[in-house]
Design a protein around this ligand. Structure first.
Ligand code: SPD
Length: 367
């Protein structure tokens, strides 16, 4: 009997030791975020508060994070995909870990309007993620160059890019398009007056023809280099993510280089995206990942991020940490009138997505 009790005691203590080991993650966290998407001191503040050291990598397209997560063993603990169409699609492949809401006390800080819109789009989204930033995609132009090269150009419209009458005049001073097929096809469709969520192959052909006509006037497709190129006066017009365009404008102003950049959300309509924070299913440090996501839902953390990057966040009370200039910026906080033309892009059918990807490759390689 005594021998049995001793064996049982050893077994019990071993179990406890294993549990304690499993509960104690090393003080490390691997974050994969969009470039230019946090404040300069966000990570150091998190480390100072928690002792968790962060390895921080960046990407500039949803496709990049998708490829890493689908391949498995990415090593990442927190990623920031766009909810639509990306995360909504990806959850079906089982690549995310459901969030443990008990570990996310700051979830109560989230704006109900933002969570309700995610929930309405797809009830799975909030099981696996929480909102980070809300942004519309638009364009920016160099005011002096447009006035000199294309006086009278419609500087409130996608025409600046898609109408060869205007893009032809601006070709030599440089036009860039996002390297983001979802965004580019949607912008071309909405410019044509078509539904950006159309799955009609004829509409896709029409959008493709628009991009093809503009193609000779496009200097490059890229989703982050346009920030510095615009700021330095090396590009005339860029299709870009709202906050990134604002950062370009800020950089030019800081450099006092005489480059006056105007950022706008085209009158025909703009895609509005909610980027979210999620934990990959095979994340090595899920406890630390929850701690980080909880930290990022604090007003005093995300408010300064909005100030730094020019994107609206989803946390109540964060405005107290945002300057008047930012709070009155109509690209970050658009008017109700502008919002009427906003659209979102839920997942498309696999068949349509394949067609779109094929067209995109053809257009980019100019075949
Ligand atoms: N530099 C931050 C960029 C954020 C982009 N958000 C996603 C848009 C996807 N269409």
């Amino acid at each position: 009997m005594l021998k049995f009790l001793a064996v049982a005691a050893v077994a019990a203590s071993t179990t406890l030791a294993v549990q304690a080991f499993a509960g104690e993650e090393e003080k490390s966290l691997n974050v994969y975020n969009w470039s230019d998407y946090i404040a300069s001191d966000t990570i150091s503040r998190f480390t100072a508060e928690t002792g968790i050291k962060v390895n921080y990598d960046v990407y500039d397209s949803n496709e990049m994070v998708e490829a890493k997560l689908m391949a498995g063993n990415s090593g990442y603990d927190v990623v920031f995909p766009s909810a639509l169409p990306f995360l909504a699609n990806q959850v079906k492949a089982g690549i995310y870990r459901p969030l443990d809401k008990a570990k996310l006390g700051n979830i109560a800080n989230l704006e109900e309007g933002v969570t309700a819109s995610l929930n309405k789009a797809d009830a799975e989204i909030l099981k696996f993620s929480v909102p980070y930033m809300v942004a519309a995609t638009g364009a920016a132009y160099n005011k002096a160059k447009i006035e000199a090269l294309a006086p009278g150009a419609p500087t409130d419209s996608w025409s600046l890019i898609f109408d060869p009458e205007w893009s032809g005049k601006l070709k030599d001073c440089g036009i860039s398009l996002l390297d983001d097929p979802t965004e580019v096809f949607a912008a071309a469709l909405v410019w044509l007056g078509k539904d950006p969520n159309s799955e009609s192959p004829d509409d896709l052909k029409a959008a493709s023809a628009v991009i093809e006509r503009a193609r000779p006037n496009i200097r490059y497709f890229h989703s982050s280099t346009y920030i510095n190129d615009l700021a330095n006066g090396d590009l005339c017009v860029a299709h870009g993510y709202g906050g990134d365009l604002i950062q370009a404008r800020d950089r030019a102003a800081e450099a006092k280089n005489g480059v006056d950049l105007q950022v706008y959300l085209p009158k025909e309509g703009a895609n509005v995206v909610i980027d979210v924070m999620a934990i990959p299913a095979d994340a090595p440090h899920p406890e630390n990942a929850h701690a980080f996501i909880d930290f990022m839902m604090r007003a005093d953390v995300v408010g300064p991020i909005t100030e730094a990057v020019g994107y609206a966040n989803a946390v109540k009370g964060a405005d107290a940490y945002v300057s008047e200039d930012r709070r009155t910026d109509t690209v970050i906080f658009p008017s109700e009138e502008t919002k009427k033309n906003f659209f979102a892009l839920p997942p498309k059918s696999p068949g349509y997505t394949r067609l779109m990807t094929r067209e995109w490759t053809r257009l980019k390689t100019n075949r």
